[in-house]
Design a protein around this ligand. Sequence first.
Ligand code: ADP
Ligand code: MG
Length: 219
Amino acid sequence: MIEAHNVHRSYTLAKKEIEVLKGIDLRIEAGEKIFLCGPSGAGKTTLMYTLAGLENPHQGKVLIDGTDFYGLSSANQARLRNEKIGYIFQNYFLLPELTAIENVLVPGLIGGKSDHEAAKRALERVGLANRVDHLPAELSGGEQQRVAIARALVNSPSIIFADEPTGNLDTGNSDEVMKILLEVVAEQNATLVVVTHNSALSRHGDRIFTIKDGMIADD
Ligand SMILES: Nc1ncnc2c1ncn2[C@@H]1O[C@H](COP(=O)(O)OP(=O)(O)O)[C@@H](O)[C@H]1O
Ligand SMILES: [Mg+2]
């Protein structure tokens, strides 16, 4: 379960402060699939980072399974993130010098339980059994995104965040990636929070949150 209470976040650029999140309140139940929509620059990525424990709110709280996440020490934050959260970043964010399987091994290395077999199974699960030793540059966009999904899922997280997972893909690849993501989330009974501009995709969700003027409209 994820809760946000009065979450505020702003950025200061050239001495000008932009208030991006202006008091977000939300509650996402375990196992729910939430689609997060809103125009470019609305703060979707900022909100995802904040909910996923990657970026401190300036005010307010984020509770993950009842724990006040940002109240934890940074070591405990890192441990909880590694155990519970899978994150699929906007633009894949694969490490360019590592092969597909090495990229998938990264969360395990951080958590101190690197499991080569699990990494291989995760790549097989996303249909990349024959691409394990390829570098990101040797993979298509859809394949890179599938590596990113395998990396996010390899630790069997209970909460998965996906920031515009199909944003850079053509329709065929986009449908394929979304199908795999939803299947794996269902297999693992995970909670899913997805940012998308594609309203056809958001019908797969339980609820749609729209972010506008720094606030959530739940519809
Ligand atoms: N690191 C940063 N420094 C300054 N401004 C930022 C930074 N990250 C995001 N912003 C600004 O915050 C706003 C929200 O960004 P973002 O959360 O990425 O929006 P979205 O994902 O909805 O497109 C934008 O106006 C963006 O320019
Ligand atoms: Mg974004």
